[in-house]
Design a protein around this ligand. Sequence first.
Ligand code: AMP
Length: 422
Amino acid sequence: MNLLLLGSGGREHALAWKIIQSPHCSNLYIAPGNAGTALCGTNVSLSLSDFESIKNFCEQNNIEMIIVGPEEPLVNGIADYFEDSPIKVIGPSSAGAKLEGSKAFAKRFMQRYNIPTAAYREFDASNYQDGVDYLHQHSLPIVIKADGLAAGKGVVICQYAGEAIAEFELMIQQSKFGDASKNVVVEEFLDGIELSVFVLTDGKNYVLLPEAKDYKRVGEGDTGPNTGGMGAVSPVAFADEEFMEKIEERIVKPTIKGLQEEGINYRGFIFFGLIKVDDDPFVIEYNCRMGDPETEVVMPRLKNDLVELFKAAADQRLNEIKIEQDDRTACTIVAVSGGYPGQYEKDLPIEGLDTVGEENTLVFHAGTKNVEAAVHTNGGRVLCVTAYGDDVNQAIRSAKQTLNAIDFDGMYYRKDIGYEFL
Ligand code: AMP
């Protein structure tokens, strides 16, 4: 069948790479894609907010399935838009996407189903002064979260009450993130180690995909500002069988049950952002799509036919599927533009891409574009180099070897991805 994949990052290149390995895939189109996805299928220029154009394109090209990479089209209702059409969408309805689109919704949902998460309160302009009083007496650090989507910047961890109150005021009174911060979640700080767990669900059944750990800070040793992600590893050594069972029983199953009980149409990925506190898992956040750069290690470790999984999710028969994982370790290192996550230059030629092709190594493009015969940078996160190994050490060594052959002006990457597991 013909498929359309929406998005343009490293996640989408990794999904495209996996999709075209399926005998079910006749033609893959990617909108808008990048220079890497162009190696897997046909990039098409479509706006992800223009559902009507997407529908017209699908009808003209006999597309049977749309796979949605990023969250915005899901929060904006792309799955609802296609609900009565024969075109299947992999991604939840807008009601399901609220798990990511509204932190307050997600917290209330977790409370209803007794899913372990940090204690919290919700505030807006109507109880602003209560919020200030609450912040004054709360233990520190404390976490302030804009309710809505804020391009990954809506969470602030504050060490001092004054800082927390200033942030609270910025979000609610000064609309720091526009409507997204009209409503604010104030949360207890959880101290532990984070990991990401992914499921594909049909709203009733689910399959558990390989877990991963990502590295958000730009600097080595997890220092400096947050980014979209500088690297990831899978599997996660501390996520042993016993811990994964706690995650399934306490978090995954009640989440799926909650979606079902509330009549929420959900056929797509759920990304559980978790934290291990002592020996117990807690939910930090839900996302309604795969993570980036986690996808760049999860897809390489998934042995199943991905399109077969999508078909089973669309037909609500994921109970028939058994997931098979590659036993090897996969690590990805993200090469970013100099200056990222602050200001950076774009449109710089990338050298060395044609010479890389090491066994056990995959180069996924993120912010790249084709310029005549060359590939140029087109974003902050430019390339994700994934490598397999018998352990983290070996995988990281291979990824670095490949990165050594690649260059663009100002290129930077973290040399310490996976450091806790060496
Ligand atoms: P979120 O957008 O909710 O994933 O938050 C971004 C990051 O902030 C998370 O990946 C965590 O590192 C951190 N964070 C969020 N909430 C908490 C919390 N309650 N305790 C500790 N860290 C948190």
